[in-house]
Design a binder for this molecule. Structure first.
Ligand code: SF4
Length: 341
């Protein structure tokens, strides 16, 4: 395999026009920022982050719904990343309720097995986490356990971005972790260059090279630069599990309107585990009232350093928006690695 320097040199030779590609994965952004990979690229070649952080794209209305569950005296089990995301009236960390950080849904079930109180797992994540949650639901957890499903699936958001055309994208670097589960067959419908890429700097550079080649050839397909982990059909068993328990739903993403078929809700036969139904919780749209531009960062229209609050009022200690809270958020990553455009 060519070295990163050799691939970067080839990119400099090949890129002869403006090209902007979007990746949709916090792990890609962390690898790019940590290695300073953007500084190796030709000036006309840009890689921007899209809606690839599941905590960041969870809209404020869903944080507020989790806070509503605290008011109903539920024990909230959540990933640590979600704790400090601001809702309309504070965060899960500051709300004073019984909020417990867990590493996964199985730990939330263990809490429910040891108490008579209601336990709600705030179930965020893309197609990477949904199959595990589905498998847990199929084990018939105790009656005092439920989930607040905040899951999102990636392709509908990509379709929305392409339909809007506002980020002027020439192609996508597909999320390697999501494709490990889902494969990449469903992405073949999109009429733009795409590549599945791994997470080493060389993987990302190779992915960019494959994208640039497609642009220059005037063609589009899905190339796989991560065959050691991803196949076209993905993990068939995990996909089957996911759709046995969940069905697509129309949901809002932070920074996006309601995107048809982009969420996952529990099917009717599992509704006893659906916290929204169990407690009459409704996801409400909340309008933005701060100068935070997470919405634009998540749509690939701005970088963290475009935000006037970045590194000043907003830092990992004092986050204003979710992109500064989550370890997969662009603002936290840029802050941590002092990244630049
Ligand atoms: Fe939002 Fe803070 Fe990022 Fe600005 S720096 S976009 S306020 S999270």
């Amino acid at each position: 395999m060519a070295t990163g320097k050799e691939i970067a040199d080839t990119l400099h030779d090949m890129v002869d026009r403006e090209m902007t590609f979007m990746h949709i994965c916090g792990t890609h952004e962390a690898a790019i920022a940590r290695t300073g990979l953007r500084s190796l690229l030709p000036e006309q070649l840009k890689i921007v982050m899209g809606p690839g952080c599941p905590v960041c794209i969870t809209p404020q209305g869903e944080i507020d719904a989790a806070l509503d569950l605290v008011d109903k005296d539920c024990i909230i089990a959540t990933y640590g990343d979600l704790l400090r995301v601001p809702g309309t009236r504070g965060s899960l960390e500051s709300c004073g309720g019984d909020v417990r950080v867990v590493q996964g849904v199985h730990k939330a079930v263990e809490i429910a097995q040891k108490t008579d109180r209601e336990v709600v797992f705030i179930s965020v994540g893309f197609e990477t986490t949904a199959p595990t949650v589905a498998a847990t639901i199929l084990t018939k957890p105790p009656k005092n356990f439920s989930i607040l499903s905040c899951h999102r699936i990636v392709p509908p958001a990509m379709k929305w971005l392409l339909d809007q055309g506002e980020a002027k994208l020439h192609g996508f670097m597909l999320p390697g972790h999501v494709c490990t589960v889902m494969g990449y067959e469903e992405y073949e419908a999109f009429p733009v260059p795409q590549v599945v890429a791994g997470f080493e700097a060389e993987d990302i550079l190779l992915g960019l090279l494959m994208l640039v080649k497609q642009v220059k050839e005037g063609t589009h397909r899905v190339d796989n630069a991560y065959p050691r982990a991803v196949s076209r059909e993905g993990n068939v068993k995990a996909k089957k599990l996911m759709y046995e328990v969940f069905e697509p739903s129309d949901v809002e993403w932070r920074g996006f309107p309601v995107i048809p078929g982009s969420g996952l809700r529990l099917k009717k036969e599992f509704e006893q585990y659906d916290a929204q139904k169990k407690f009459g919780i409704v996801f409400k749209h909340v309008s933005k009232h701060t100068a935070c531009i997470c919405d634009r960062v998540l749509r690939g229209l701005a970088t963290p350093s475009d935000c006037k609050l970045f590194g000043k009022i907003c830092s990992p200690r004092t986050p204003v928006g979710p992109c500064m809270v989550s370890h997969e958020g662009a603002c936290k990553i840029w802050h941590m690695y002092q990244a630049k455009k």
